[in-house]
Every structure is written in structure tokens, then in C-alpha cells.
Ligand binder design. Structure first.
Ligand SMILES: [Zn+2]
Length: 149
């Protein structure tokens, strides 16, 4: 990671390469990474507002909130609900009332925890990974102004 420029969005060095490595671990479906895939991706997207889907991050924030409040069971309930809701939506049309506001409320940098901390030495060690992801989620929501109030 040395020598890489800090990311203009999350502030970490080499974040794109780290995210690629994390996705490979997620997709192996191995513990502890696989079950936390949705949480990891939500953190990364919310720290890179330019990559957010059309809901402006509302869905990802909801997922992180659920994870911090109720752990993975809460995330699984939420994901199940979203899948059912999506099946009733007109394909190709974004949900109304959740337009992206570019450069509006999305934070730029200033995250207490980024993927760099979660990766530790770049390999995302299993030991303590869930705790680091939880800290990543909390720091991400805090920067978005959602500290659980
Ligand atoms: Zn970044």
C-alpha cells in the first residue's frame, strides 16, 4: 500500500485494490467474511458516494443501522424484506423520494475507520474482522450524520 495516493473519497491508500481483495474473500463464502458481505459493501459504497446506487445510500445506511442495532440476524431480515419490496417495483425505475443529491449530504473523507484499518496488513485477517467491520460501519454512519439518534 505504500506509495499509493490517498483516495479522494474515503482517504485510504489503495482502497480500490483492498476492496477487490475483500470481495474475493466475501465470495469465497468463508467465515467470517462471507456473511458480512452486505455490510462490507455498504460501508465501502457509503465511503465512496460517487459509487452509490440511485437511492443516494439510503438502503446501505439502513443496512448498517440494522447491523449495528441487531447484528447479522437484523441484516438478514432487512435484506429479505427489501427483496420482497423490490419484486413489486417497476423495473428500471428508481424509487421515488430518494433522489441522489450529488455533493449534498454525502461526506467526503473524515472517516474515523476506512477499509485500510479493516484490512490491517492488506489481508483482512479473520481474527477480529467482525469487530473491525462493526467499527467501520459505526464510523461510516457517524460521518453521514447518523449516529443512532
Ligand atoms: Zn477510497
Amino acid at each position: 500500500m505504500t506509495g499509493a495516493e490517498p483516495c479522494g473519497e474515503c482517504g485510504a491508500r489503495g482502497c480500490a485494490g483492498l476492496f477487490h481483495g475483500l470481495l474475493a474473500l466475501d465470495h469465497s463464502r468463508a467465515q467470517p467474511w462471507g456473511p458480512l458481505h452486505g455490510v462490507s459493501v455498504s460501508c465501502f459504497l457509503l465511503q465512496h458516494p460517487g459509487r452509490l446506487p440511485g437511492d443516494g445510500g439510503a438502503g446501505a445506511r439502513g443496512l448498517l443501522r440494522a447491523y449495528l442495532d441487531g447484528g447479522l440476524p437484523a441484516v438478514e431480515r432487512l435484506v429479505g424484506r427489501t427483496r420482497r419490496a423490490n419484486s413489486h417495483r417497476v423495473p428500471g425505475r428508481p424509487p421515488t423520494g430518494a433522489a441522489v443529491r450529488p455533493g449534498g449530504e454525502a461526506p467526503r473523507g473524515g472517516f474515523a475507520v476506512t477499509i485500510e484499518e479493516v484490512a490491517v496488513d492488506g489481508t483482512f485477517p479473520a481474527d477480529g474482522f467482525p469487530e473491525r467491520v462493526r467499527a467501520w460501519a459505526a464510523a461510516t454512519l457517524a460521518a453521514w450524520g447518523d449516529d443512532g439518534a
